[in-house]
Design a protein around this ligand. Structure first.
Ligand SMILES: [Zn+2]
Length: 446
């Protein structure tokens, strides 16, 4: 065990609570420090107040850069990494033309391992330290992703896709095999290190009622696992789901009847929900993963953040790669802002950033581990250069001249103009897992 105390100097920023509920929702120390010992956050605060207490610390100087908790992506498909940005049509065509043929390769462990390694490193390059990912129907795909995540001691949530109808034969399981394979993977991986299992029926179109019930039964058997699926992404999808379940009055009811709407269930998209569906989700404590780049790319529609906020549903941001067009949650925040602009809601950057950090951790009941710099949290953090490009630098110079280079303008610039270029370094459980080429910080003793 590494017994070194590490002190990182920089602009420390993290949320204490939701900016929707509190004015003073965050901590910000322009001359701040973050102290890490044995992979955990020991302290975050003003450098002047902290430095004397850790005379033995190894100091890394990131002055002028932001130190923030690692970003959390609540909905992403790792096997789709190589089919990002494929032209054509809407959800159901896109699944048939691109997604299913791509996912067929993941029964091969070596192939799955190669994509899993690319995927995890691409997350780190974009400042994402935790994700809730879909694998494929194959057990090998789950083994591959948990294996790579374990090498980095990364907080990973994933699970085997369940699909027993309306998909290519090569990608289908059965009610029995899907449940048996999921159980085997839960026993092998769930709560081993930082791995957490997610029971993953893709969506109701590709799972029979019997399979959805078997998924709920598994969750009852292992109540600290998660559930993820898709809900109300596209009009044709909603029509198909209701044709397959004519006894249901709306899409959410398909999942409710199976027992899948729980406080540990994450529903991707949720674009076309009625107020009744939103209220029922809120009562159940269910979680929305809003995926703006994907929704714009597939023309699925404009998610209504105000509706979700009004009804008090926990909402998180997510990339949804490969229908999403970027691994960067900064890009995702920027597109979310534009989607809400079209809904007449100029969402604050504090709201969008919260929904990629502490808000997501809280929704996933992981806020005692990730999403902030509270004492004892895992040291998953990122170093962000808010002026990584000439345009960002020029914008800063302008705002400084006007006396407006404040935290909100800085974060909003990262949201609107930022991406992987702004990530200087990414740390997972205290270990550096990514350093940009331009990263030339200085290590000094004190
Ligand atoms: Zn998805």
């Amino acid at each position: 065990m590494d017994e070194t105390v590490y002190l990182y100097k920089g602009e420390v920023f993290y949320f204490k609570d939701s900016p929707l509920k509190f004015d003073e929702s965050y901590s910000y120390y322009p001359d701040g420090a973050l102290v890490v010992y044995r992979g955990k956050i020991i302290e975050a605060g003003a450098y002047e107040n902290i430095k004397e207490r850790y005379p033995e610390a190894l100091v890394t100087d990131y002055s002028g850069k932001l130190l923030m908790p690692g970003l959390i992506d609540s909905h992403i498909h790792y096997p789709q990494s190589e089919m990002i940005g494929m032209y054509g049509k809407q959800l159901l065509d896109w699944l048939n033309e691109y997604t299913y043929p791509t996912e067929e390769a993941f029964g091969d462990s070596e192939y799955a391992g190669r994509v899993a390694r690319f995927f995890v490193n691409e997350l780190f390059r974009n400042g994402t330290t935790t994700c809730m990912a879909y694998a494929t129907v194959h057990k090998e795909s789950v083994n591959a992703l948990f294996s790579v995540a374990s090498e980095y001691n990364m907080q990973m949530l994933t699970g085997k896709v369940l699909m027993n109808r309306n998909a290519p034969q090569s990608l289908m399981d059965t009610e029995e095999s899907g449940e048996a394979d999921s159980r085997e993977l839960i026993e092998a991986w769930h709560k081993k290190g930082r791995n957490l299992y997610v029971i993953t029926p893709r969506f109701s179109i590709t799972s029979t009622h019997g399979q959805l019930i078997s998924a709920a039964r598994l969750h009852e058997e292992y109540p600290d696992t998660y559930i993820q699926t898709h809900l109300s992404e596209n009009r044709n999808e909603i029509d198909s789901a209701l044709e397959l379940s004519p006894e249901c009055s709306d899409y959410l009811e398909v999942y409710e009847r199976a027992g899948l709407v729980t406080e540990r269930s994450v529903f991707g998209h949720c674009i076309h929900l009625s107020d009744s569906e939103c209220r029922r989700m809120a009562e159940a404590g269910a979680i929305i993963a809003h995926c703006p780049t994907s929704n714009l790319f597939l023309g699925s529609g404009l998610f209504d953040m105000q509706q979700a906020n009004r009804i008090n549903i926990q909402t998180t941001l997510a990339t949804d790669v490969g229908a999403g067009t970027s691994f960067s949650l900064f890009r995702t925040m920027g597109e979310s802002y534009k989607v809400q602009q079209l809904n007449g809601y100029p969402m604050s950057v504090f709201e969008s950033l919260y929904k990629c950090t502490r808000g997501t951790a809280k929704a996933l009941k992981l806020d005692d581990k990730i999403g902030s710099f509270d004492q004892g949290r895992d040291a998953d953090f990122i170093v962000v250069d808010s002026t990584a490009t000439p345009s960002q630098q020029m914008r800063k110079d302008y705002l400084e001249r006007k006396g407006k280079w404040n935290l909100e303008n800085k974060l909003f610039g990262i949201q609107t103009l930022g991406d992987d270029r702004n990530i200087v370094a990414t740390y997972v459980a205290g270990n550096p897992v990514y350093q940009s080429d331009t990263c030339n910080h200085q290590k000094t003793g004190m």
